[in-house]
Design a binder for this molecule. Structure first.
Ligand code: F6R
Length: 618
């Protein structure tokens, strides 16, 4: 949440910062602001609303040229999303400008003390306290401004989660950053350096990045980067090359990033398997950093995740338990850490997170490690905090996901979980090689099946447009179709701002059926009619029951499944797949439906209201 950019170099700081903010706007769009250093003065502009408002204002009143600057796009926590609370925040002397992502938990106390000492705070934010604390620390350090040291001193007074970036009028070629529990990466260019919440901000200029560790302060100059701990000791850093380029973070001709990301799913699914499954069906996951002995010891798996990633975990549970016979629980990260879960050294905790920065998931994994459990991260973002703090990691290879609503991130999380489940089965000998090979062969066919579904989405889009004025849509599924129903409902809620709920088919008669009235659209995900026949027939019975009560049934069923035809007001066909793998195809019509519904209702598909992509606060 909140996007942060800092720049020092030879180019126009304002252009670099605005360009970075454009790429980070998915992190928050309540307000945007910039500060640049010009001839010993701070020049700032900040506006409530989307970045476009700030850009319009800068167009009207351009800021003077500068080579050092910072910028922020906000997801509001403390204080309303207005101009006054927009970042950057300045101190009393207008010498220091600060931007922040996170929550400073002791801010009320700090603010009261600052006011008692005569500071005038003009916003309702927790961030502003930092600007005034920096003012004090700079003054107490005396001549020869050391902004990094002032920042270290301030950080030692702060509680909570924060990324901070600051500039000072007396340090014209310096940008200082700090991080605790919130993301910040350095981009190393030629004669210029960047700081940002995410590499996307600077990827058009450099692909060389440096991860910052927990409780570190970084001083950025044109020709160098110095990293220290909050105590001032030199800190070891880890540099890496970003393996995607700027074009991956562009819309590429689509109206919305979400549409592009939906379309990228065949490739994303294939890439996530690439190099990990041999033609012989054997899995190669040595990169995970968990030894086979460690995996053989596991006697329980707990998956922790939030939102869409949690739904990927729910799908994974069906597969992992079936393939490995290891009990597998799935829990919302935010619940897990507050309920004293039973964890031992033989528990494997799997933390799923696209961004790698979700605070609740980070806290859950820390809790698990404190209890001695091993943590495996499934993550899409290289260099992010969750994989860094885990014992092991398996990256999804979805490429950058920019739309707030996760699509390719979700499908690749499911694939990565499948790989983990199959690998466990291989290592522990729960399945014979040929059984694993048969699943792997089916998995290999999925990218083509995903592509085939995408090709026939026009009727789904037309249906979404037709239903644009309805007030509620219900989703129904069983087995892995149940998390698919939950995911379909979540997508619709977050994008179309309408009532949407997912149900397990078997629960219908225990309450939800009361919601059925004339014309209510219900999307039913029908399991394969092969193999688990009874499951299929039970969902078909559910469809009959709701149709008899007036529901308008939208049925997602496999090609060749003729049993559903009499009960479907609308039929969406997907290629036939083994039941456990079905979510990789049945989810897609639900994503397309939600995106089209949002567009038809006039909403911003990529940036739904009140949301942000990376939830770095609890
Ligand atoms: C919904 C969505 C969110 C995220 C959730 C977890 O479309 O994107 O529900 O899935 O905020 O995010 P990550 O995976 O980054 O931990």
């Amino acid at each position: 949440m909140c996007g942060i950019v800092g720049y020092v170099g030879e180019g126009s700081a304002l252009n670099m910062v605005i360009e970075g903010l454009r790429r980070l706007e998915y992190r928050g769009y309540d307000s945007a602001g910039v500060a640049v250093l010009v001839d010993g003065k701070l020049e700032t502009d900040k506006r409530a609303g989307k970045l476009a408002n700030l850009e319009a204002s800068l167009q009207e009143q351009p800021l003077p040229h500068s080579t050092t600057g910072i910028g922020h796009t906000r997801w509001a926590t403390h204080g309303a999303p207005n101009d006054r609370n927009a970042h950057p925040h300045l101190d009393c002397t207008r010498s220091v400008a600060v931007i922040h992502n996170g929550i400073i938990e002791n801010f009320a106390e700090l603010r009261a003390d600052l006011e008692e000492r005569g500071h005038q705070l003009s916003s309702e934010t927790d961030t502003e306290a930092v600007a005034h604390l920096l003012e004090e620390e700079v003054a107490s350090l005396g001549d020869g401004l050391d902004l990094a040291e002032a920042m270290r001193r301030v950080c030692r007074q702060l509680e909570g989660a924060f990324t901070l970036v600051a500039v000072h009028v007396d340090a014209p070629d310096v940008v200082v950053g700090a991080r605790r529990n919130s993301p910040l990466v350095v981009g190393r260019g030629d004669g210029e350096n960047f700081l940002a919440s995410d590499v996307a901000a600077f990827i058009a200029h450099t692909r060389e990045a440096v991860e910052l560790g927990q409780d570190q302060v970084v001083e950025l100059r044109r020709d160098g980067v110095t990293v220290t701990t909050f105590d001032g000791a030199p800190a070891a850093t880890h540099g890496y090359h970003v393996d995607w380029d700027a074009s991956a973070a562009e819309k590429g001709g689509y109206d919305y990033f979400m549409l592009k990301e939906i379309a990228e799913q065949p490739q994303a699914v294939a890439d996530t398997m690439l190099g990990r499954v041999g033609r012989d069906g054997r899995l190669h996951l040595d990169e995970m950093r968990l030894s086979d002995d460690e995996l053989r010891e596991v006697d329980k798996i707990i998956i922790v995740a939030c939102g869409t990633a949690f739904h990927a975990g729910l799908v994974a549970k069906y597969a992992i338990e079936h393939w490995t016979r290891i009990p597998c629980e799935v829990e919302l990260s935010s619940e897990f850490r507050y309920r004293d879960p039973v964890l031992t050294t033989r528990t494997l905790v799997v933390a799923i997170s696209q961004s790698g920065e979700t605070m609740d998931t980070l806290m859950a994994l820390r809790h698990a490690r404190e209890q001695g459990s091993r943590v495996l991260a499934i993550c899409n973002t290289n260099g992010s905090t969750i994989p860094r703090e885990s014992d092991a990691v398996l990256y999804t290879h979805a490429g950058p996901e920019v739309a707030v609503a996760s699509t390719k991130g979700y499908l690749t999380q499911i694939v990565a979980c499948f790989l983990v489940g199959l690998y466990l089965a291989q290592v522990r000998g729960n399945k014979y090689g040929d059984e694993i090979k048969s699943v792997v062969d089916d998995l290999r066919k999925m990218p083509d099946k995903v592509a085939a579904v995408l090709e026939r989405m026009e009727p789904v889009r037309a249906l979404a447009r037709e239903l644009r004025d309805c007030t509620s849509v219900l989703f129904l599924g069983r087995h892995v179709g149940y998390p698919t129903a939950l995911e379909g409902a979540l997508k619709l809620k977050e994008l179309a701002y309408m009532h949407a709920e997912g149900f397990a088919g078997g629960e219908l008669k225990h309450g939800p059926i009361a919601l059925i009235e004339e014309g209510v659209p219900v999307i039913a995900v029908v399991p394969s009619s092969l193999g688990r026949g009874s499951l299929h027939d039970k969902v078909v019975s559910n469809i009959q029951e709701i149709r008899a009560r007036g529901a308008r049934t939208i049925v997602i069923a496999e090609e060749g499944d003729e049993g559903v035809v009499p009960y479907a007001d609308h039929l969406v066909r997907v290629p036939s797949s083994p039941t456990l793998l079905q979510p990789l195809v049945t989810t897609i019509p639900l994503q397309v439906f939600a995106a089209e519904m949002a567009a038809a209702r006039g909403h911003d598909v990529d940036q739904p209201r009140n949301l942000a992509k990376s939830v770095t606060v609890e």
